[in-house]
Ligand binder design. Structure first.
Ligand SMILES: Cc1cc2nc3c(=O)[nH]c(=O)nc-3n(C[C@H](O)[C@H](O)[C@H](O)COP(=O)(O)O)c2cc1C
Length: 237
C-alpha cells in the first residue's frame, strides 16, 4: 500500500513538472518566434521648424499635382511630410500638428516608399511619439497600390505614397456615431497639412479618395480595426 502511494506521488510530481516544462517551452518558442522577426525601426531626422516660405504663399500655391519626376525624395523630406501630417508638437500632452476631437487621435499614417534616398522600398508605419518609421514589409509595391487606386497614374509615379487610415472606435467610443464625422474631418486637416508642407518643400502631391478599400487594406495588411481613408502620392516636380 505504501509502495503504491509512493508511485502515485511520483506520477503526480512527474505530470506537474512536465506541464511546467511544456508551458515554459511554449513561452520560449513564442518569444523566440517574435524575436526572429523583429520590426525594423528607422529613426527619422528631426523636422525643420522654420522655413523661408510664408503660410500665405503655401496657401496661394497649393495645387493638386499629379505628375512627378522620377527622382528620389530625401529622408529629411519624408520626415518633414510625416511631421506635418501627425507630428507631435507638445510633448507634455502629445498634441499634434493637426487637431483631433477629444485629442483621441484616430488616424494612422503609412508610407509606401518606392524612391527615397537612404530608405529601402517598402511599407512603413509612422510612429508620431518617437518620430520613427516601423517597417511592415520590403519591396516596391507602388504598382499594387496604383491598381487598387483604379489605375490613377499619379499613384504609380509618386516617390512615396502616403496612406491615411483610421481606427474609428478611438473616437466613437466617446462621441458615438458623431465620431465618424469627426474622423473624416480630421483626415482632411492632416491631408491639408501635407499639401501645404509639400508646397514649402517644392514637392507635388494630390489627395486621392478613389480606391478600392478592401484591396488597399489587404495590400498593406492593415489591422482589422483600421480603415483606409486617403492616399497622397508625393514626388519631385
Ligand atoms: C475628398 C477628395 C477626394 C479626391 N480624390 C481624388 C482622386 O481620387 N484623384 C485625383 O486625381 N484627385 C482627387 N482629388 C483632388 C481634386 O480633384 C482636386 O482637389 C480638385 O480638382 C481641385 O484642384 P486643387 O486641389 O488643385 O485646387 C480629391 C480631392 C478631395 C478633397
Amino acid at each position: 500500500m505504501k509502495k503504491l502511494l509512493t508511485i502515485l506521488i511520483i506520477i503526480v510530481i512527474a505530470i506537474g513538472v512536465s506541464a511546467v516544462l511544456l508551458r515554459s517551452s511554449i513561452i520560449t518558442m513564442t518569444y523566440m518566434s517574435t524575436e526572429l522577426t523583429p520590426l525594423e525601426i528607422i529613426q527619422l531626422p528631426q523636422p525643420q521648424l522654420n522655413s523661408s516660405t510664408s503660410i500665405e504663399k503655401t496657401l496661394l500655391e497649393r495645387r493638386s499635382i499629379r505628375k512627378y519626376k522620377d527622382e528620389p525624395l530625401t529622408l529629411a523630406e519624408v520626415s518633414q511630410l510625416l511631421w506635418a501630417a501627425q507630428g507631435i508638437t507638445n510633448t507634455s500632452r502629445n498634441f499634434r500638428t493637426a487637431p483631433s476631437a477629444g485629442a483621441l487621435y484616430p488616424l494612422e499614417v503609412y508610407i509606401i516608399a518606392g524612391n527615397v534616398d537612404e530608405l529601402s522600398d517598402g511599407i512603413y508605419k509612422y510612429k508620431p511619439k518617437t518620430h520613427e518609421l516601423e517597417n511592415i514589409s520590403k519591396g516596391d509595391i507602388r504598382s499594387e497600390i496604383w491598381n487598387a487606386a483604379l489605375n490613377q497614374f499619379c499613384v504609380k509615379k509618386g516617390s512615396i505614397i502616403i496612406v491615411f487610415s483610421a481606427v474609428y472606435n478611438r473616437t466613437t467610443k466617446k462621441y458615438g456615431d458623431r465620431g465618424i464625422r469627426y474622423v473624416h474631418i480630421e483626415v482632411g486637416h492632416a491631408a491639408q497639412n501635407i499639401y501645404l508642407q509639400a508646397v514649402s518643400l517644392g514637392l507635388g502631391t494630390v489627395a486621392v479618395g478613389a480606391f478600392n478599400d478592401s484591396k488597399l487594406k489587404d495590400i498593406i495588411d492593415m489591422p482589422e480595426e483600421e480603415h483606409p481613408l486617403y492616399l497622397m502620392p508625393v514626388g519631385r516636380i
